[in-house]
Design a protein around this ligand. Structure first.
Ligand code: S3P
Length: 168
């Protein structure tokens, strides 16, 4: 069992992943955290110093190294599903679960958490909602390829377990 949690920034992949994984006997991994440890740099610094293309290449390589892990849940960065054939690869190597949220929900979560997000760092607050709407439109077709979708507004501590038990 290997579960890939995907979805836009602010959909709660890491938050829910950390709750769901232990309760299902799975190890939890955060792909961005693994990249940060591997390179000894924050994601924002990687974007700034080496650029997005380098980050995407590292992200794809790091994702593929997850085949070393079994019985795990991996929270992926918001763009992971949309580059380097990663979505196809994840579907071949595990169960893909999309955390789906509206632009407004994503915007509220992004604004209320402290993480530095390189894609929105240079956008002023008034324009972030518009950015989220546009970017989500661009990415939605990748996210919707996931085997399962959960609506963020309906999530509970048992949503993932319930989904796997009831929906084959
Ligand atoms: C990104 C989302 C981030 C991180 C990087 C790029 C994206 O992860 O991987 O900043 O392209 O949407 P979160 O979704 O955890 O914020």
């Amino acid at each position: 069992m290997r579960i890939f949690l995907i979805g836009f920034m602010g959909s709660g992949k890491s938050h829910w992943g950390k709750i769901w994984a232990p309760s299902m006997g799975l190890s939890f991994f955060d792909l961005d955290e693994i990249i940060e440890k591997k390179l000894g740099k924050k994601i924002a610094d990687i974007f700034e110093n080496q650029g997005e293309a380098f980050f995407r290449k590292t992200e794809a390589e790091t994702l593929r190294s997850m085949t070393l892990q079994e019985n795990c849940l991996i929270a992926c960065g918001g763009g992971a599903a949309c580059f380097e054939g990663n979505m196809e690869w994840m579907k071949e190597h595990g169960l893909t679960v999309y955390l789906s949220a509206t632009p407004k929900q994503l915007f509220d979560n992004i604004m209320s958490d402290e993480i530095k997000r390189p894609l929105i760092n240079n956008i002023n607050a008034a324009e972030i909602l518009y950015f989220v709407e546009q970017k989500l439109k661009e990415r939605q077709s990748f996210y919707l390829e996931a085997a399962k979708t959960l609506l963020v507004s309906e999530l509970t501590n048992h949503s993932l377990l319930y989904l796997l038990e009831t929906d084959n």
